[in-house]
Design a protein around this ligand. Sequence first.
Ligand SMILES: CC(C)(COP(=O)(O)OP(=O)(O)OC[C@H]1O[C@@H](n2cnc3c(N)ncnc32)[C@H](O)[C@@H]1OP(=O)(O)O)[C@@H](O)C(=O)NCCC(=O)NCCS
Length: 139
Amino acid sequence: MVEVANASHADTDWLVREDASSGEAWVSRCVTLGEYLVAKEGSEIVGFLRFSRFWGRVPYMEMIRVLPGHRRSGVGTALFLAWEEAMRGEGARLLMTSSECDESRPQDWHRRNGFTETGAIELPGLQSVPEVFFIKPIA
Ligand SMILES: CC(C)(COP(=O)(O)OP(=O)(O)OC[C@H]1O[C@@H](n2cnc3c(N)ncnc32)[C@H](O)[C@@H]1OP(=O)(O)O)[C@@H](O)C(=O)NCCC(=O)NCCS
């Protein structure tokens, strides 16, 4: 049975380890601001969702990741649905996310959750392939 909750500071070490590209300072900042959800099975964390807000107001899912041994059992969906519900509760009318253009599996997963592709941008010097953006109206 998976339970989704806001991450707490007690989860910081796990998040620093598993959300490795973020670094400790950014992880702590996001935990403090409530920009992490974690999925727990019992006392074990098995996945997380990290977000921010485009223009400071449009919820933007930056990363969702489920530990390899726990995939395809509904954990990612539980994280996403809890986030969508929380954002709707805040009055959001649109959700955003993005992915590298050659990552077809995460993109399929985003589409499965109701996102549609809305465009791509090139990021010379940062990434060798364009980043594709997805939106989901939730009003
Ligand atoms: C993408 C990810 C978060 C999905 O989480 P998950 O817990 O494995 O997904 P769920 O079990 O909730 O999936 C729900 C449904 O989507 C399907 N699904 C799972 N992964 C999928 C994928 N990569 N592509 C298409 N469908 C997928 C499942 O079969 C399931 O369908 P079903 O209920 O009909 O069997 C997880 O696979 C992951 O961490 N991947 C690596 C990191 C990543 O790519 N993150 C996304 C980009 S930031």
